[in-house]
Design a protein around this ligand. Structure first.
Ligand code: CUA
Length: 340
């Protein structure tokens, strides 16, 4: 009997220990791209400090409550040689006042830093912040830089050391912009402008993800953020502002028009008829590291697979299967890969 009863208990305990070890490892190593516990912005660290404080408070409560519980279970357990009923107690003023005041103190200890942090993060951004319009689409991200006239998708470039002021918009459903290692998440609510600002301090790539269930391809609504050094960012701006290396007479552009891509996508060059904003702007698509909202790495094979049947790769995709012929695929893939 004892053996049977203890097996599930042992399994649960083992599970808890293993989970704790795994979580502890990711905390210590900090190499998890979607972890919030090692933020690299002052604003992210402010949120993390509140989270850490609450975690320690909760841990303290757990230890005290479980300690008292274990003490009571062991100290006052029924003994075979003692059939008596324990003393029955009702009402204890000191205890009752105590367990009213202590939770109030705990809640205040959580509420004060939380409110202070919330208010600090709701202030207007710095005057010299870089403004980017982040437009949530189904299911991809458009990034517009009004100061530079740049429109791109899937990869958000930001300069290190300068506050980024993201103006979040959606013209469809609610999405949520989240780059765990940079900053907390914020919803993109249709008909309501939202804002999120933070100051990147560490160059490199960051993983972002839509964090609000928004439809069939919510899980595939990812993006990347590249924090550039100021020099890298200036060079990127110059590259992005440059027109696409193509022309009206380019056979690749003709294939792009014949396939019907022109109905939804823009490619910027002098006199370009491709100006639609339904899908991502493809002017420099060849230089992106990923495709289709970070669904795939940007390789010729993946691009071909994506073009062949978009709804199969991303359920609900607005990009239809265009029923292209093999030679059209080859032409389009090499054309788009060369738009750098
Ligand atoms: Cu957009 Cu989930």
């Amino acid at each position: 009997m004892l053996r049977r009863a203890s097996t599930p208990t042992a399994s649960i305990l083992l599970g808890i220990v293993l989970c704790s070890l795994c979580l502890g490892c990711s905390w210590v190593i900090g190499d998890t791209p979607m972890s919030t516990v090692h933020p690299t912005t002052p604003e992210g660290r402010l949120i993390q400090s509140i989270y850490a404080e609450i975690t320690w408070i909760v841990l303290g409560i757990f230890v005290v409550v479980e300690g008292l519980l274990l003490f009571a279970i062991l100290r006052f357990r029924q003994r075979p040689d003692d059939p008596s009923v324990p003393e029955q107690v009702h009402g204890n003023t000191v205890l009752e006042v105590g367990w009213t005041i202590v939770p109030v103190v705990i809640v205040m200890a959580i509420a004060v830093p939380t409110l202070r942090g919330t208010c600090a993060l709701q202030q207007p951004p710095a005057a010299d912040a870089l403004t980017v319009h982040v437009n949530g689409k189904q299911w991809w991200w458009e990034f517009e830089y009004p100061d530079y006239g740049i429109v791109t998708a899937d990869e958000l470039h930001l300069p290190m050391g300068r506050m980024a002021n993201l103006e979040l918009r959606s013209d469809n459903v609610i999405h949520s912009f989240w780059v765990p290692r940079l900053m907390g998440k914020r919803d993109l609510v249709p008909s309501r402008g939202q804002r999120l600002w933070f100051t990147p301090e560490q160059p490199g790539w960051y993983v972002g993800q839509c964090a609000e269930l928004c439809g069939a391809s919510h899980a595939y609504m990812g993006f990347r953020v590249k924090i550039d050094t100021p020099e890298e960012f200036a060079a990127w701006v110059e590259r992005e502002k440059a027109p696409a290396k193509t022309s009206m007479s380019d056979p690749g552009f003709l294939a792009f028009m014949q396939a019907g891509c022109i109905a939804c996508h823009a490619i910027n060059f002098e006199g370009s008829p491709a100006r639609q904003k339904v899908g991502p702007n493809l002017t420099h698509i060849g230089s992106h590291t990923t495709l289709a909202a970070a669904r795939f790495e940007n390789t010729p094979q993946n691009l071909a697979q994506w073009l062949r049947n978009p709804p199969a790769a991303k359920p609900g995709s607005l990009m239809p299967d265009l029923n292209l012929k093999d030679e059209q695929f080859a032409m389009l893939v090499s054309y788009l890969q060369n738009l750098r």
